[in-house]
Design a protein around this ligand. Structure first.
Ligand SMILES: [Zn+2]
Length: 188
């Protein structure tokens, strides 16, 4: 075949490959991430006019405005409790260096044991991993806020023998993404 005839085969093949690649790339839902640091721990004030419009990064503090597609927003919303939980560890690591060695770097991707309890006024999410027990109570009335407890006990890690360590952190995660610490104890 002459090279001119090959073009009529190669061009449709190239177009088909581009279409296949495009479909493959867009079929997975994209994640909402911080445009500056790429972090997934981002927040938007829920049930306000700023929901899915004003965003702030809980990792680097970057603020931006963007309205994401419903599908992307719903996917983010389904992970909000984990984002609140991970924000507690970001807060503890940066404010209490003495607790740092008890917070593994991969804590957000740990195989957390999860338990959900319904209570009047809120839903409690309980997470357990690496000797930590984290309680997240979600209040949605009148304003979205979260009451948090992070409790570390070395006795929960069965193969650890040595100095007893107990860390208790209590605080609040506000709808603005701000964390307020109410209590911090590190006993050993
Ligand atoms: Zn960021």
């Amino acid at each position: 075949m002459a090279w001119k005839e090959w073009i009529w085969i190669l061009i449709p093949l190239a177009i088909a490959s581009v279409i296949i690649l495009y479909v493959a790339a867009t079929s997975h839902p994209e994640e909402i991430r911080c445009p500056r640091c790429g972090g997934r721990n981002v927040w938007t004030p829920l049930r306000t006019n700023d929901e899915n419009y004003k965003w702030n990064c809980l990792e680097c503090g970057h603020r931006w405005r963007e309205k994401y597609k419903d599908r992307m927003f719903r996917d983010w919303y389904d992970h909000r409790i984990e984002i609140v939980r991970d924000a507690v560890f970001l807060y503890i690591s940066s404010n209490h260096p003495d607790a740092g060695s008890f917070i593994p770097h991969n804590i957000s991707s740990a195989a957390w044991k999860e338990l959900v309890e319904m209570r009047t006024g809120g839903i409690t999410y309980i997470y357990e991993a690496y000797g930590w027990m984290v309680n997240v109570i979600e209040f949605t009335t009148p304003e979205v806020r979260y009451l948090l407890t992070a409790d570390f006990s070395i006795t929960r890690i069965s193969n650890q023998i040595g100095i007893m360590h107990r860390i208790i952190w209590e605080g609040e995660f506000l709808n603005s993404g701000k964390i307020i610490e109410n209590k911090y104890i590190h006993a050993f």
